[in-house]
Design a protein around this ligand. Structure first.
Ligand SMILES: *Cc1c(COP(=O)(O)O)cnc(C)c1O
Ligand code: SF4
Length: 433
């Protein structure tokens, strides 16, 4: 990391300006000529950047740009911020809205996929446009926040939908709106009785740490419980500034989690990920998820095998603090949602014992209880009678709970055959009457 005063372009910038998030946003690096004053680019690289910027705009905060090694094209910060022509090489299997955020959507900008939580996009603007962004279909298109009228419709939906207990504000970056606008949104949502927690998904602690001001956290803490997830991908992003930003949030009682994306040539290595996860716990940021890179258009060059994610978890679990171990997630296309994938620790099971392996490769058994194996509720508990909404009745959990005997997929050949048989039998029955 260079001091900004050592970069000729910013040598006259005062500390007051540099640490002012609005100055940082106003002075983002948005064109090739400015970028060439910050890092060294070959003519070829300059041409590539001009080409690919047509698809997803370039914007790099001066702070994040100062983290780049000016001479290394493989610098992990540079790879996340500087476009390359790989972004305009599309593959047949790639999609625009890969995870169907617009399909599971009652209102523009609101996605209701899981039983008790919604994703709510406040703006399409980010302070820095990540080259691996999977919301590139919307992000940066207008560089604007949504109007209050549009947002009100989303809030009305949340108010009318009693099962929503967790509202995830995202974007773009929800911290690109003013404190006043954000407060207006958070205040309205907080008034809704059935909303238990409000979460923010923001990359500002990493790319614009000056956005986390005492004034912002003072406002947010009035509406607790507020949670926040950010997006560190590499240990080089943990600086005194990003550390201060995370600590300011945590000190205000806002738990901070981290969602990384597995990126080829940036962090697709167990050692880099271990360093990242350990350094995150050092700044009190809890590693939450590592995502398999999405199949959004133009991201082929960033994608790793899914096996790489499993290998990383294998290298972490047991080898380091439990809370330094995130979950590896594949966000399945077509609204399948987040699916955790990881190494297997169960070797085998019988009704007498379960055989497990630990992280060292040791094999151990654990005895099953003998005799009556039907579990009964604690004598005085009536939680599920009083709160039926707490029961998980969907999917396999529903089968285990005895709500369903089986789950049968629709649209199979067997189903069509079965329907045809039934129809035939009905006709035959009529004929014989
Ligand atoms: C990721 C996501 C959430 C939040 O999921 P958690 O696993 O609870 O963090 C909610 N809604 C949508 C549509 C999402 O993609
Ligand atoms: S901060 Fe998130 S939404 Fe914004 S460009 Fe990066 S990945 Fe995309």
């Amino acid at each position: 990391m260079r001091r900004w005063k050592d970069i000729p372009l910013w040598k006259d910038v005062s500390t007051k300006e540099w640490t002012d998030w609005k100055w940082q946003v106003r002075n983002r690096v948005m064109d090739v000529d400015t970028l060439a004053e910050v890092i060294n680019l070959t003519d070829e690289e300059e041409a590539e950047i001009r080409d690919s910027m047509k698809y997803l705009r370039m914007a790099i905060t001066p702070y994040y740009a100062s983290l780049m090694d000016p001479d290394d094209a493989h610098d992990p910060v540079r790879k996340q911020a500087v476009p390359t022509s790989n972004e305009i090489r599309f593959k047949d299997y790639e999609m625009t809205d890969t995870v169907w955020e617009t399909v599971d959507s009652p209102h523009e900008g609101l996605t209701h996929r899981y039983p008790d939580r919604v994703l709510f996009l406040l703006t399409d603007q980010c302070s820095m446009y990540c080259r691996h962004c999977c919301r590139r279909r919307i992000v940066g298109q207008t560089d604007h926040q949504r109007s209050w009228e549009e947002i009100k419709e989303g809030i009305d939906y949340i108010r009318e939908t009693r099962e929503v207990r967790d509202v995830l504000l995202s974007g773009g970056d929800p911290l690109m709106v003013s404190d006043e606008f954000l407060e207006k949104v958070v205040r309205e949502i907080r008034k809704i009785k059935h909303v238990q927690i409000i979460r923010l998904g923001t990359r500002t602690p990493v790319v614009l740490p000056y956005r986390i001001t005492p004034k912002l956290v003072k406002m947010l803490r009035k509406y607790h419980p507020i949670w926040l997830n950010t997006h560190f991908n590499h240990p080089n992003e943990i600086t005194s500034q990003s550390k201060r930003a995370v600590e300011t949030l945590v000190d205000a009682g806002i738990p901070v989690g981290n969602q990384s994306v597995l990126l080829k040539g940036v962090n697709d290595c167990p050692t880099i990920m271990k360093k990242l996860c350990q350094d995150l716990t050092w700044i009190r940021c809890r590693p939450y998820y590592i995502y398999q890179c999405d199949i959004a258009k133009g991201l082929e060059h960033f994608r790793t095998s899914t096996a790489k994610g499993v290998e990383i978890i294998e290298a972490l679990r047991g080898h380091t603090s439990g809370f330094a171990v995130p979950e590896f997630i594949i966000d399945a296309p077509m609204g399948g949602g987040k699916i955790p994938v990881g190494p297997n620790y169960v070797v085998s099971m019988s009704d007498k014992k379960i055989v497990l392996r630990n992280y060292e490769g040791g094999i151990f058994s654990f005895p099953e209880v003998e005799g009556d194996r039907i579990s009964v509720c604690p004598p005085k508990c009536k939680l599920c009678k009083d709160h039926p909404e707490l029961e998980s009745n969907e999917g396999v959990a529903g089968v285990l709970a005895g709500k369903k005997l089986c789950l049968i997929p629709e649209g199979t050949v067997r189903e069509a055959r079965r329907k045809a048989y039934q129809k035939e039998k009905k006709h035959a029955g009529r004929r014989s009457e």
